[in-house]
Write a protein that binds this ligand. Structure first.
Ligand SMILES: [Fe+2]
Length: 154
């Protein structure tokens, strides 16, 4: 049987990973809002609506990740400076071209998927079932989104 200290350390590792993911999701979310606001061109109506849908999903995911961190006894990152410091994604600025926006959303999603799979491996090693389920569901929706964004770009 594991001692209490070992269990605490394992939870801490998951909390740290989830916080890094949260930081990346915040950048991804804000990128989507920028696309929703700033796009121009023939796909405006289509993409304006699509990016609103995507940032709505991202917002729910952000809340789920933060509340998972709380459920594990941690504190979710909640300040912009922490997000910038921890995130691997870059802020997209002044993007008005629809195709460029979709390409960035695709690349962001691929990075998120990579991190989701890393966390899945860690959660699996540590038999952290709640995180496994949350991350497993996010992998499904992220892979679906990647397929759709790629399909737009063909
Ligand atoms: Fe709007």
């Amino acid at each position: 049987m594991e001692n209490t200290k070992t269990t605490a350390n394992k939870k801490e590792i998951i909390i740290q990973r989830l916080n890094l993911l949260l930081a990346d999701y915040q950048i991804y979310y804000q990128n989507l809002r920028g696309f929703h606001w700033n796009l121009e061109g023939r796909y405006f109506f289509q993409l304006h609506d699509k990016f609103e849908e995507l940032y709505g999903e991202a917002s729910e995911t952000i809340d789920d990740l933060a509340e998972r961190i709380r459920s594990l006894g941690g504190t979710p990152l909640h300040a912009f400076d922490d997000y910038f410091q921890k995130a691997q994604l870059n802020a997209a600025k002044n993007v008005s071209d629809g195709e460029q926006a979709v390409q960035i959303a695709l690349k962001n999603s691929q990075v998120l998927l990579f991190h989701l799979k890393e966390i899945l491996t860690v959660a699996n090693e540590q038999k952290e079932e709640g995180t496994l389920q949350l991350i497993g569901d996010l992998i499904v929706t992220t892979e679906k989104r990647i397929w759709m964004l790629k399909s737009f770009l063909v």
